[in-house]
Design a protein around this ligand. Structure first.
Ligand SMILES: Cc1ncc(COP(=O)(O)O)c(C=O)c1O
Length: 390
């Protein structure tokens, strides 16, 4: 595509040059130094310094051999972190490390459900969940959140369940809407799961990134019955910006599933990389102050985006997310058609996540990642304003 000269002008050229020199997918997947990337859920902000120091120390020591130093301490560190931040103290005995969150989800669905089983997803939904269900020939049970507030509705959930249903796969906080489900909603999930003997997989990777006024409630804290039906998975990777280092922690409250994991050949669960374990340990033990600063910035970015949308782009619909650094935007009234992300990339040079990837309810929507500098967020908005004015 020919480069639009407007797109090259930037008041923060050094930061854009740095981002464009990175090899991570966010800025390198789509070639072109006119593009602004706001799609995949990586932050443009540098990762937590404690994580960088932990990885740097490995490099300085040339310490690349088999290594259990951090991974041995990680269950205790995770349990303490959850306790201090979310009032949940998982038993270390029930924690299993995985290379990443999706790894744990795929394994659980593979072992605990069978082809033809119905798996409930709360839509619109993070695209790899759709793939996780469909790849194994499980049946996707599409349970829509209420678009007016993105609430999880008990009667909608009850109506979705049929005799084939064996699991609910949810993420809380929710990607892409940014909802942090409240006690009433999670209690509904727990009770419907109990009544229908369902496994509840609760992906809580966004749990540390709530905005002021919202609370992340770990699913196992809802009740003893919820705990005993759950696989609850988290990671340091979203909050501390470490997605490429690969590490996650799964709490297996569901005893049959725990036995299935236990019965696996010893390497089938994979394992943590040493940088993944060292960085997660550093964050969960010493990363709190950095995270506080980042959350303040992310809330300011969210509010800035919301303010500019209301002032400059009133035709764009949105609800303020309670968590995550993502904004789920309704572009159906903009005249850009059912696939606005493609039009925006071609005509404005802004790369967003296409709504259609989040299920059929996503047509006409996009997901925008605000975890960048104020200047880059403003450039993205300026381009959208110009496109929609033309
Ligand atoms: C809800 C959710 N789960 C999982 C992931 C990916 O986690 P991992 O890289 O540990 O598989 C993401 C990434 O954005 C996510 O939003």
């Amino acid at each position: 595509m020919a480069m639009n000269p407007d797109m090259a002008t930037t008041s923060d050229g050094a930061e854009l040059s740095r981002l464009r020199s990175l090899t991570g997918i966010k800025w390198s997947r789509d070639p072109g130094d006119h593009l602004l990337a706001a799609w995949v859920a990586d932050m443009d902000l540098a990762p937590a310094p404690v994580a960088v120091e932990a990885v740097q120390a490995l490099v300085d020591r040339r310490d690349f051999g088999y290594n259990r130093h951090a991974s041995a301490q990680l269950p205790a560190a995770f349990s303490d972190w959850q306790h201090e931040n979310h009032g949940w103290k998982p038993d270390e005995e029930d924690l299993l490390p995985f290379s990443d969150v999706l790894h744990a989800i795929d394994m659980a669905l593979w072992m605990h459900t069978k082809p033809g089983d119905g798996i409930v997803l709360f839509t619109p939904i993070y695209p790899p969940f759709i793939r996780a269900v469909e790849h194994g020939d499980r049946r996707l049970i599409d349970c829509p959140l209420d678009p007016d507030g993105w609430r999880l509705n008990r009667s909608t959930l009850e109506a979705c369940i049929d005799h084939t249903t064996t699991a609910i796969l949810m993420c809380n906080p929710h990607n892409p809407t940014g909802r942090a489900f409240d006690r009433e909603e999670l209690t509904a999930v727990a009770e419907v799961a109990e009544a229908n003997d369902l496994l509840v997989i609760s992906d809580e990777i966004w749990g540390d990134l709530t905005h002021p006024g919202a609370t992340h409630i770990p699913f196992p804290t809802i009740s003893a019955a919820a705990d005993a039906r759950s696989l609850t998975i988290s990671a340091a990777s979203k909050a501390f910006n470490l997605a490429g280092l690969r590490s996650a922690m799964a709490y297996v409250g569901h005893k049959d599933l725990a036995a299935q994991f236990e019965a696996l050949p010893s390497h089938a669960r994979g394992g943590l990389s040493t940088p993944g374990a060292e960085s997660a340990l550093a964050c969960w033990t010493r990363g709190g102050p950095w995270l506080d600063e980042i959350r303040t910035h992310l809330t300011a970015q969210r509010d800035h985006l919301a303010g500019r949308l209301a002032a400059d782009l009133p035709q764009v619909g949105f609800q303020l997310p309670e968590a995550t650094y993502l904004m789920w935007l309704d572009l159906n009234q903009t005249g850009l058609g059912p696939d606005p992300a493609t039009v925006i990339k071609e005509k404005a040079g802004v790369v967003l996540s296409p709504g259609e990837d989040f299920g059929h309810r996503g047509d006409g929507w996009v997901r925008l990642n605000v975890a960048t500098s104020r200047d880059i967020l403003d450039q993205i908005l300026d381009r959208l304003v110009k496109l929609l004015a033309s």
